[in-house]
Design a binder for this molecule. Structure first.
Ligand code: SAM
Length: 253
């Protein structure tokens, strides 16, 4: 028998994590080093190198972990993702809902290619997924999304489609009101607004420069609503992330 009782330090451990995350969030030097690293890694398409349960997920590992923390802590009934691409994020979020034992992921994309639809619809987690093809901000698309949300469901939203300022602002106005109190609105690729002009990634089909990107949209939207607050502890540790400052908690009905 172990006579030395170990001290239960779980609360202390969590308090230390929070304190360090908040301190890291104030360390502008660490953030700038991380931005330089991420810009360098983009030469190798770093965000494109990963998969979740066999399906490519276009995310930084830190964002996958952060999203996992959000979903586990809040356990939403419905997660809406705009921008499905190859489907990895939908499969990832559905895998968490599967373990939690409830919920669905609704994915919206303007162009769901046949092979990507096939990967998603034949996956073990397909029963927890709905795919909706259409422009994310079109009223018909919103109606189709709303039709998938049961009355009284708790809702989380992830915006990861076209990253231009006006499109993201329009998505924020369209999907922000669907997020329920206590749940999260995640605006992806805010990093585009935290780099200087020379660091804008130019090898993708579209180039988004600071000012015409998700962070600019997020700042504009925060001036229009008082329903969301930045989760400072979560965002503080997101230095090696595509979406620093992009994780918002809904604080009002
Ligand atoms: C960055 S990828 C999404 C990556 C995905 N969320 C993941 O984690 O793997 C962006 C996607 O947004 C889609 N998209 C672009 N403009 C859109 C729009 N107006 N409405 C809906 N989807 C759009 C593109 O077709 C593309 O598949």
């Amino acid at each position: 028998m172990n006579v030395m009782a170990s001290k239960d330090d779980r609360l202390e451990f969590e308090a230390h994590k929070r304190e360090m995350s908040l301190a890291l969030g104030r360390d502008e030097t660490a953030f700038q080093h991380a931005v330089d690293t991420l810009v360098h890694l983009d030469k190798y398409d770093y965000a494109y190198l990963w998969s979740w349960m066999g399906v490519p997920i276009i995310q930084m590992p830190a964002d996958i972990l952060a999203t996992q923390e959000v979903i586990w802590n809040t356990k939403p009934d419905i997660i809406i993702e705009t921008g499905v691409a190859r489907g990895g994020s939908m499969i990832f979020m559905a895998s968490l809902l599967q373990v939690i034992g409830k919920g669905r992921v609704i994915g919206v994309d303007i162009d769901i290619r046949a092979h990507n639809r096939d990967s998603i619809e034949t996956h073990l987690l397909a029963p927890r997924i709905s795919l909706i093809e259409g422009p994310s901000t079109a009223p018909e698309t919103l109606q189709r999304v709303q039709a998938e949300i049961p009355a009284g469901a708790s809702v989380m939203v992830v915006l990861d489609s076209d990253h231009s300022r006006d499109h993201v602002l329009s998505e924020l106005r369209t999907y922000g009101p669907l997020v329920t109190e206590g749940h999260y609105l995640v605006v992806a690729d805010t990093l585009l607004g935290r780099q200087d002009m020379s660091q804008a990634p130019t090898k993708r089909s579209k180039v988004w420069y600071p000012g015409d990107e998700p962070y600019a949209a997020l700042k504009a939207y925060m001036g229009e609503t008082d329903r969301f607050e930045i989760d400072e502890a979560l965002n503080g540790k997101l230095v090696l992330s595509s979406s620093p400052g992009g994780y918002l908690r809904c604080t009002r009905p």
